[in-house]
Ligand binder design. Structure first.
Ligand SMILES: [Fe+2]
Ligand SMILES: [Fe+2]
Length: 191
C-alpha cells in the first residue's frame, strides 16, 4: 500500500474559507461584480479567449443561416430545417458567451470587422448540399477541439466559464453527430 505523508495529505486537502472571511472578502472591491478574490485565473486573458469563442459562435450562426436559406435539391427541406435549428442554437451559445464576458467586466466584441479572423471556425459556403454538410461538420470539429482545450485550460481556476463551455461542447458534439448522420443519409461519408 502506498504511504502518504501527513504533509502531503495536508496539501491535497482543498482550503475552505470560514463564513466570516467569506463575508468580509465579499465586501471588498464590490465594483468587480462576479470577479472576487478566489478568481485564480487572469481575467483579461479569460475575456480575450471568450472573444474568440464569441466570434466562433457568431460565424457559425452566419454560416448555418446562409446554408438554411440557399440549400436546394432533392431532400433539402429536412436538411434546411436542421441547419436553421443549429443556427438558433449557435445564437444561444453566442449570447451565453457574451453574457459571461460582460459578467467578467469585459465588453463583448460583436464588431463585424475582423470577425472571421477572430473566429476559430470558418465561414464557408457550398454550391451543393453535401459540400454544405461537410463544411458544417468540419466547423463543428474545429469548435469541439477548441472548446475541449479551453475546458482543460480553465480547469478549477474559473469553474463557471468551464461549466458554460462544457454545456456548449455537448451541443457541438450533437451538431457534429447530426451532420455525420446527414452525410450518411446522402451517401457521402468519404471526404
Ligand atoms: Fe455553438
Ligand atoms: Fe455547433
Amino acid at each position: 500500500m502506498k504511504h502518504t505523508s501527513p504533509a502531503a495529505k495536508r496539501t491535497a486537502t482543498p482550503f475552505i474559507s470560514d463564513v466570516k472571511s467569506l463575508r468580509e472578502r465579499a465586501r471588498h472591491h464590490i465594483e468587480q461584480g462576479a470577479v472576487s478574490e478566489t478568481y485564480i485565473g487572469d481575467v483579461a486573458r479569460t475575456i480575450e479567449i471568450l472573444q474568440t469563442v464569441l466570434a466562433t459562435e457568431l460565424v457559425c450562426v452566419l454560416r448555418y443561416t446562409q446554408h438554411s436559406i440557399v440549400a436546394t435539391g432533392i431532400a433539402s427541406e429536412g436538411v434546411k430545417a436542421e441547419f436553421a435549428e443549429h443556427a438558433k442554437e449557435e445564437h444561444e451559445h453566442a449570447m451565453a458567451v457574451a453574457e459571461r464576458i460582460n459578467q467578467l467586466g469585459g465588453e463583448p466584441d460583436f464588431n463585424p470587422t475582423g470577425l472571421a479572423t477572430r473566429s476559430a471556425s470558418e465561414y464557408s459556403t457550398g454550391s451543393d448540399l453535401v459540400t454544405m454538410i461537410k463544411e458544417n461538420l468540419i466547423a463543428e470539429r474545429i469548435a469541439i477541439d477548441h472548446y475541449r482545450e479551453l475546458i482543460r485550460f480553465f480547469g478549477d481556476n474559473d469553474p463557471s466559464t468551464r461549466a458554460m463551455l462544457e454545456s456548449i461542447l455537448a451541443v457541438e458534439e450533437e451538431h457534429a453527430s447530426d451532420m455525420l448522420d446527414l452525410l450518411t443519409t446522402h451517401g457521402a461519408t468519404k471526404m
